[in-house]
Design a binder for this molecule. Structure first.
Ligand code: GLC
Length: 557
């Protein structure tokens, strides 16, 4: 059966502000991305998701769009964008853009019109409500505080994220048509699809009723504005009217936490709303029921807990269709800090084990910029070093709640800006990112961790990532690793993460020793050859496999 191209693709995420600055203003841009396309080609990337490049006041770094058709001058021009699409194509790379349509910016023309004239057509593109005694309900925004903002008199508008990100009213059919028009306009310009931002929030409880108050008198959005019944009608319509009908099948990746298992088939099953989705369970495993200020380091997270949360999503998705796999994005701190015990962030074997563990799961793997060189968190010494709206809001909340400085500083280390600091290209000034002053601090460890140092070193993390990509694409088990079925094995051993991938023409066994110690396991089946390992040798005695500390192995079976 012919499979869609995006199933066997390897994807890469670019956060454009921090990828490469071509003009010395300290912020990355489109021409910078063009300069670095060869790096992505070398790595074997098929498709690149670029975080928002559209015109924006940048209150949430571009996730607040004021013109869906224009590139923000900070990043370049529309012509630069078209050139990027062409240049990428020459290298066999497709581009997908970010689609931020749960909300826009308060500086979008629609919102400006709506503010000026409450009776105009655009006023109904948003959630405006009148209320005499304070906010119309007790919903708490994702970035803290009420979801309601007063615009004078009794008039309020709703924003599930920041104040400058008014939510769009998907109940209005004219608005929906405008959004679909925009989607098709960009697809017509040659992009291959979209990563679809915050899409599980587009349907709200139409009564807008308050919920049981929590500690601050407000309530979270989970019951009232996330995966709310009725959302499927909007998503099906968007699939049919916006995403369907292109020669190269459009790739859509939904940012979709919390989709109930019984709904998953509608999202990523046959003719699903999307090609795949980003689930949050394992990516927020360190935050269970808490904020950054209470985050757990890996040494407090049993490997079985991590394994089971990953496997649950992979198995749920396998039952119905496809998914995306990832360890990092622009909303988290670095994976080596999250998933490796304190002290092991730069352990070559730990870092490459982690990469082997996730890159061979069943789904389209995404590599976040810098992950391919084993980038680590930086130490933020003060709140003044960060820019991120949600970090600043968290900090205010912690201060209001009287948290001790020490705990606030600990929380700060999980800031989204960890992954937004500049890409480390060289050991030179500003890590080769800019000739000016970078918009966020440069990690001092760029003198050791950088692309230039790693690209010709066969024993670098970067070279290992290249091997992983290659194993998926051109090895004796490429069919198994890219499209094969997923089957957990050795579940009784809580220190390893192991699974089989069973393809049509080949099968593989992937074993990852999550211990920084030698560890013996009984092979669950006969093995034919070693496709890849992060050590030169693989020790097998009879049916026993003696794993070295953090050893990862992909076998042909
Ligand atoms: C998504 C984005 C995040 C942004 C938010 C609001 O979660 O990934 O960066 O702040 O949506 O658009």
């Amino acid at each position: 059966m012919k499979q869609p191209w995006w199933k066997s693709a390897v994807a890469y995420q670019i956060y454009p502000r921090s990828f490469k600055d071509s003009n010395g203003d300290g912020v990355g841009d489109i021409r910078g991305i063009i300069e670095k396309l060869d790096h992505l080609q070398d790595l074997g990337i098929d498709v690149v998701w670029i975080s928002p490049l559209y015109k924006s006041p940048m209150d949430d770094c571009g996730y607040d769009i004021s013109d869906y058709y224009a590139i923000d001058p900070l990043f370049g021009t529309n012509e630069d964008m078209y050139e990027l699409i062409d240049e990428a194509k020459k290298r066999g790379i497709k581009i997908i853009m970010d689609l931020v349509i749960n909300h826009c910016s308060d500086e979008h023309e629609w919102f400006q019109k709506a503010l000026a004239d409450p009776t105009c057509e655009e006023a109904d593109y948003f959630y405006f409500r009148e209320s005499k005694d304070g906010p119309p309900n007790n919903w708490r925004s994702m970035f803290g505080g009420s979801v309601w903002e007063n615009v004078g008199g009794d008039r309020y508008y709703m924003h599930l994220f920041g104040k400058k990100q008014p939510d769009l009213n998907w109940e209005n059919p004219k608005l929906r048509e405008k959004l679909y028009e925009n989607i098709r306009w960009w697809l017509d310009r040659g992009i291959a699809g979209f990563r679809v931002d915050a899409i599980v929030h587009i349907k709200k409880d139409p009564t807008l009723a308050s919920r049981e108050p929590q500690w601050d008198g407000m309530c979270g959005l989970l019951d009232c504005a996330r995966n709310y019944p009725g959302i499927n009608d909007f998503l099906a319509e968007m699939r049919d009217k916006a995403f369907t009908g292109y020669d190269v099948e459009c790739m859509t990746v939904a940012e979709a936490p919390g989709v109930p298992q019984e709904e998953l088939k509608f999202y990523v099953g046959e003719n699903g709303f999307f090609s795949m989705l980003f689930d949050f369970t394992y990516s927020e495993i360190n935050l269970w029921n808490a904020g950054w200020e209470c985050a757990r380091p890996k040494e407090d997270i049993p490997t079985t807990e991590l394994r089971d949360s990953i496997y649950k999503h992979i198995l749920d998705a396998q039952e119905v269709g496809w998914t995306a796999v990832y360890l990092e994005n622009h909303d988290y701190s670095r994976s080596v800090n999250k998933y490796l015990p304190t002290g092991d962030q730069r352990d070559y074997h730990g870092v490459t084990m982690l990469a082997t563990m996730y890159m061979n799961l069943r789904g389209t793997p995404f590599i976040y910029q810098g992950q391919e060189i084993g980038s680590t968190n930086i130490i933020f010494n003060s709140i003044d070093e960060v820019n991120d709206i949600s970090t600043l809001n968290n900090w205010r909340g912690w201060t209001a709640a009287g948290l001790p400085l020490e705990q606030k500083m600990a929380g700060l280390q999980y800031s989204r800006d960890q992954n937004r600091i500049p890409m480390q290209w060289t050991a030179g000034e500003n890590a080769g990112f800019t000739t000016g002053k970078a918009w966020l601090p440069i990690n001092p460890n760029h003198v050791e961790i950088n692309v230039e140092a790693q690209q010709n070193d066969p024993n670098s993390v970067l070279s290992y990532y290249k091997k992983l990509v290659k194993a998926r694409k051109e090895s004796v088990v490429s069919d198994a690793l890219s499209l094969g079925d997923f089957e957990p094995v050795l579940l009784e051993d809580g220190d390893i993460i192991a699974y089989k991938r069973i393809g049509e023409t080949s099968s593989a066994l992937v074993i990852n020793n999550y211990l920084k110690a030698e560890h013996e396991v009984t092979l669950p089946c006969a093995v034919k050859s070693v496709v890849l390992s992060n050590y030169d040798d693989v020790a097998i005695e009879g049916d026993k496999l003696i794993l070295k500390p953090y050893q990862a192995i992909v076998f042909e079976i």
